[in-house]
Design a protein around this ligand. Structure first.
Ligand code: GUN
Length: 302
């Protein structure tokens, strides 16, 4: 193995410890802590486990945390009223509505009803616009792209002037990370290319990348020969390719694979994120950071 492993699990601990320290200081000085509410509609098992982890992490870093679980037949009108309640609640700095929502609810309408200054997911059009403008305008970068950028910076990878190639153009990862990497800012200043399903020669673009960010959702899409020797490879893919029995718990668990052929890629790349344990743990970490920053904006200390 020649590449340095960029471990999300380790970087998560560093950042959560920084947040714990800041929360303590703010509590001492201002007598308040950040408040996060997660709203879950229905009983989707994956959503329940995500929300549980978000709330557990919020508790760990010293936030006020509220888990608001609602029945799967909650009406759109009642969900809008619930969001309005939290928009007006001074003790809440971050509102997260867990996606996907049941089919009878219009997701866009719900996300647009969240106060942009409490939209810690960064999905509201106002925050998408703020991110595009960059600089002081940015309030809440979406959590997965924010985690990716933080990993690149903390791994000591030079981004300024680098060729960054993003594979995938989703609203949650591809488009925002491409936008963030080209800003005139720390951990950015890259020359960015975005490739997608209609790109004529994906391999040729990837071969140029000093930083290759892959968020396509296709296992082993990126072949080892597409990787420039020494490149930084960030694999956002989490693909379930089978099941196995966990050695630790004896229970059935999913076998996960990234979008990059890791075993071969690690012999060529300069640094690379594993799957699992790479980008995954960073998303909830950056949700905590956004919630802390929301309170800091309100207190005028950021
Ligand atoms: N469902 C899966 N990922 C996410 C996320 O990052 N935010 C929200 N709100 N729902 C999700």
């Amino acid at each position: 193995m020649s590449a340095k492993l960029i471990k999300g699990t380790e970087i998560r601990e560093e950042i959560l410890n920084e947040i714990i320290e800041e929360v303590k200081q703010i509590k001492e000085k201002y007598g308040v802590v950040p408040g996060l509410v997660t709203i879950l509609v229905g009983e989707n098992p994956a959503s329940i486990s995500y929300v549980t982890l978000k709330i557990k992490t919020a508790h760990r870093v010293g936030f006020k945390e509220v888990q608001d679980s609602q029945s799967p037949d909650l009406s759109e009108e009642d969900l809008l009223a619930l969001i309005e309640k939290y928009n007006n609640d001074d003790s809440i700095n971050g509102i997260l509505v867990q996606l996907p929502l049941p089919k009878h609810i219009n997701e866009k309408k719900i996300l647009n009803a969240i106060d942009p200054d409490k939209d810690v997911d960064g999905f509201h059009p106002v925050n998408v616009g703020r991110l595009m403008i960059g600089g002081d305008e940015v309030r809440f970068p979406p959590c997965t792209p924010a985690g990716i950028q933080e990993m690149i910076v903390r791994a000591g990878v030079e981004t300024s002037g680098a060729e960054t190639v993003v594979v995938g153009r989703s609203n949650i990862v591809g488009k925002p990370i491409a936008n963030m990497m080209l800003q005139k800012a720390r951990g950015a200043n890259s020359t960015v290319t975005v490739v997608h399903t209609r790109t004529r020669d994906m391999a040729e673009h990837c071969k140029r990348a000093d930083i290759l960010i892959v968020a396509a959702g296709v296992p082993d899409l990126v072949k080892p020969e597409w990787i420039k020797p020494g490149a930084c490879v960030i694999d956002v893919g989490v693909n379930r390719v089978g099941e196995k029995i966990s050695e630790k718990t004896g229970k059935k668990i999913a076998i996960l694979k990234g979008d990059v052929d890791f075993d071969k890629a690690k012999e060529i790349a300069g640094s690379i994120t594993p799957v699992p344990g790479g980008v995954g743990p960073m998303t909830i970490t950056m949700l905590m950071k956004n919630t802390l920053n929301s309170l800091k904006f309100k207190l005028g200390i950021r």
